[in-house]
Design a protein around this ligand. Sequence first.
Ligand code: ADP
Ligand code: MG
Length: 232
Amino acid sequence: MFITVENLKKSYNTGKNKSEVLKGISITLEKGQTGVILGPSGSGKSTLMNIIGGVDRADSGSIYVDGLELTVLDDDKLTDYRRDSVGFIFQFYNLVPNLTITENIEVVSNISKAPLNIDTVLRAVGLEGKKRSFPRELSGGEQQRVAIARAIVKNPKLLLCDEPTGALDYETSRGVLSLLQKVNRDFGTSILMITHNTAIGNMANVVYKLRSGEIVETIRHEEAFPAERIEW
Ligand code: ADP
Ligand code: MG
C-alpha cells in the first residue's frame, strides 16, 4: 500500500477547550491511484492533509507513505520527506506576485537537482509561452497550472491537492482536474485531493467521506472517470 493511515487522532487546544478534529481516521491509497477526501467545511480535511504532507503532526495513530513511517520521524527527517516526496496544490495557488512564472517554479528548493526541468513542466501544463509573465497577467486557471508545474518539478511521489478548483469556474475546474489526471498518468504521481465537491469524487479510484473528523463512508470505483466527463 502506498499510503496507510491508521487510527489517526488530532485535537487543537483553543484556550480552555480541547476540540478533537480527527477522531481516529483510517484510510489507504494504492500507488499511482487518485483518492478523494470529501467533506464539508470544518470536517477536518485540511488538518488531515497537512499531517499526511508532513506539515503538521498527529497526536496518535500512524501514517506510512511509501514504506516510510512519518509518525516516528524527527523534525529534520519529516522536512526531508515533505521537500522531496510531496507536492502541494492549494485553492488560492500561492504564487509569489512579484516573481515571474519561471521564478515562481525556481523557488522550489534544490531546483538544480530537480528531476524535471522548468521547460518540461511548463510544457506539461500548457504554459510554455508564459515563462516571463507575472501571476497577475494570468487567469485563475493559468495560475493554478503554474502551481501544478511548481509542485511537479521535483517529480514528487505524492501530490496533495487542497480544494484545487475551489476558486475556479466550472470549465476552468474541469481543465485543471483533467491536467491533474494527466500528471497522474504521465508521471505516475499518486494524488490525494480534498474537496467539498461531490462530483469530483467521480474521478477518484477511492473516495472517503469525512464528517466531523470521522470517515463515514468509503466508495471504491472500478474505473476513475475522466474529468472532462464529470458534470456538476
Ligand atoms: P476543512 O479543511 O474540512 O474545512 P480544517 O481541517 O481546516 O477543516 O478544520 C477542522 C476544524 O479544526 C475546524 O473546526 C477548525 O476551526 C479547526 N482548526 C483547524 N486548524 C486549527 C488550528 N490551527 N487551531 C485551532 N483549531 C483549528
Ligand atoms: Mg480546508
